[in-house]
Design a protein around this ligand. Sequence first.
Ligand code: SF4
Length: 344
Amino acid sequence: MLYSSEQIHVEAHRLYGLLACVSKARESKWTLADCEQIAPYTLEINRIKKEKNAVILAHSYTTPDLVYGVADFRGDSFQLAQQARQTQADVIVFAGVWFMAETAKILNPSKKVVIPAGRAGCTLADSMTAQDVQNLRAQYPGVPALCYINSSAEVKAQCDACVTSGNVFDIAQKMPGNRLIFVPDLLMAQNIEIELKRRGSTKEIIACGGSCCVHDKYRPEDVEKLRADHPGIIVLAHPECAPEVCRLCDYVGSTKGMADYVACSSAKQFGLLTELGLVNRLEAEHPDKTFIWPFGVCSYMKKNNLLNTLQALVSPRPDQLVEVEEELSLAAKKSIEKMFELSK
Ligand code: SF4
């Protein structure tokens, strides 16, 4: 990895142009010196990426050096699944957590898929097994089952369709019958029931699973404090937050939904009840707006970094190589493809 000082200087300025408005820690922003430090790595990753015809997909919750330094596409689970479905690359490097890389592999069984963070978990995906879904389906025969995309291939394979936070309400509404099984996010299940009621549907949601360890921490007092400290602030939340939090917010939606809301709003100050990575993306993309973030970091997403991305690209460890057994992959793919069909 030998680059001239001129190449590093040019790369550092490219990075600084993207990251200058982004928070590095609570009180400090990315500096040119920070960008000079990471420049040799971004240069090398971008060089090898071309050599191997690889594409890097980075979830918005990973760090800004990945998102803006080396990623070809950045976004939420749904956007990245769409990109994984369309890519012509030979290798997919998925900077995210395991279930996301697994989804990319299911959509591209013949491609090499690697994940820098190795088997990075997710409290939602890890809260439910295939057997749990089978038990529910046996208990409620004939009731359709949806799973949030934050679930394992085994769980997806047991469900009729999967959903993301961007399409969950519309797909839940489209499902037949008066009852619906939803796994594995208990808080999102409550939000679905409330939203469907608002839309005039009385569908009962039968839920099982856990919660997101980032979004389940927010409390109504966090919204109240944002409003008291910053009069006129617009508060946005993710539907993985508790309903009593969501009901106090101005907008509740997916990562993409929140980004679109900010882009279309004339407001200048936003409170964000979501993961730090999205806050950093909005800082980078809307330098004229201010974002107040109480707390919330996903330690699983932050396991991805430039070093392990370079290593996964050059010579992946066994735990960074994503493989899904064929029969399971085909069954899980049905549920993912059903989502694409229902979200049209
Ligand atoms: S933020 Fe929550 S839902 Fe997303 S990967 Fe982390 S633990 Fe899972």
